[in-house]
Design a protein around this ligand. Structure first.
Ligand SMILES: [Zn+2]
Length: 130
């Protein structure tokens, strides 16, 4: 769904998020593909267009996330929330694998987010390797 986001809010988000995907950390300048604005809590589930609920996301993360807000962590067999870039810190939930090409979930939140957003799909891992 495409929704109007005021220019001033877009600029505030771009500056705060430093033009990188708040989920997989992909930089717009390296991918050459414009970032999207992700409603962390989707509009379809009552989310609003505000700084607290919108972040930059690469097209892949945004599309794989869709309107998901939770997912099942297969490791602990529980439904847990996806990572919230506005209320949680990336390094608390994710780390980079030894070769720097794969994002690893450190927590349940990290694991379900990596899995749901397919943050280690072959295309992105190959791009990170380059
Ligand atoms: Zn991403």
């Amino acid at each position: 769904m495409s929704v109007y986001i005021p220019v001033s809010l877009r600029n505030q988000i771009r500056e705060f998020d430093r033009n990188r995907c708040r989920y997989c950390q992909r930089r717009e300048t390296l991918s050459g593909i414009p970032m999207t604005f992700d409603h962390i809590h989707p509009l379809s589930k009552g989310g609003v267009t505000s700084f607290e609920n919108v972040c930059l996301a690469c097209r892949a993360c945004n599309e794989f996330k869709g309107d998901c807000v939770t997912a099942q962590d297969l490791f602990i067999q529980e439904i847990v929330p996806l990572f919230n870039p506005r209320t949680q810190k990336w390094h608390d939930h994710f780390s980079w694998g030894d070769d720097g090409t794969r994002v690893e979930g450190k927590t349940s939140v990290g694991r379900v987010t990596v899995f749901t957003l397919q943050m280690n799909n072959q295309v992105i891992v190959t791009a990170r390797r380059r």
